[in-house]
Design a protein around this ligand. Structure first.
Ligand SMILES: C[S@@+](CC[C@H](N)C(=O)[O-])C[C@H]1O[C@@H](n2cnc3c(N)ncnc32)[C@H](O)[C@@H]1O
Length: 202
């Protein structure tokens, strides 16, 4: 067994939302990898997070997992695709977390959240917009908030040098620039080789 598979297996917990997970797999809905999910939940737990903002709901899978960490957690999540939003709504309504998860249908580039404040931001939407989402939503964070960005390796594309497809090349360059900008910033960062890559920013 490869070391990476060994670690992945150790970092994968028993699925608690089997139906939602299987729906995502069967219908090619991109959801967070199991080992990355475990790591993010661990950060939420250790930090005692109470108010989570998620950019990119899909069908509510990660939102429900994050809400399951503690009864004290309230979560706001933004999704722009109406079909995914409806599925997320139904999944969340059928979960024990309906009163703690607020779902917003809209483009996260445009949504305004008023005077809401969060101590944890999870960025998991269109990967080329990571910098935009970071800049926009850091305004809604408490001073000691933690930010995690998923898929910073874009399934390996990030280290490919010869990329024929123009759009893919553009995406790779945008994510590379974002990762480097964060590394060079005043923030404390760690780039984790878990799942499809997690960037933890403090
Ligand atoms: C990787 S999926 C989210 C997966 C989810 N966080 C999970 O792990 O269960 C990304 C989602 O972000 C949504 N999305 C992409 N761009 C967006 C935007 N500008 N505003 C809101 N949602 C967006 C997509 O429609 C898609 O459902």
């Amino acid at each position: 067994m490869e070391l990476s598979n060994y670690v992945k297996e150790l970092n994968t917990q028993k699925e608690i939302f089997e139906d939602v997970y299987l729906y995502a797999k069967d219908n090619h809905v991109p959801i967070i990898d199991a080992d990355a999910l475990n790591a993010v939940k661990q950060y939420i737990k250790i930090k005692g997070v109470k108010r989570i903002l998620e950019i990119g709901t899909a069908i509510g899978y990660s939102a429900m997992h994050f809400a399951s960490v503690s009864e004290e957690i309230k979560l706001t999540t933004i999704e722009k695709d109406p079909y995914s939003y409806e599925l997320a709504k139904s999944n969340i309504e059928n979960s024990p977390y309906n009163d703690r998860i607020e779902l917003i249908l809209g483009d996260a580039k445009e949504v305004e959240l008023g005077n809401k404040r969060f101590d944890f931001l999870f960025i998991d939407a269109s990967k080329g917009n990571n910098q935009f989402f970071f800049d926009k939503y850091k305004e809604y964070l408490t001073d000691d908030a933690l930010i995690i960005v998923d898929n910073i390796f874009i399934r390996g594309l990030i280290v490919e040098d010869e990329v024929a497809n123009k759009n893919k090349r553009k995406l790779r360059d945008k994510v590379r620039t974002f990762n480097q900008t964060m590394k060079d910033s005043e923030y404390s960062t760690s780039f984790l080789n878990i799942g499809d890559g997690l960037l933890v920013i403090y």
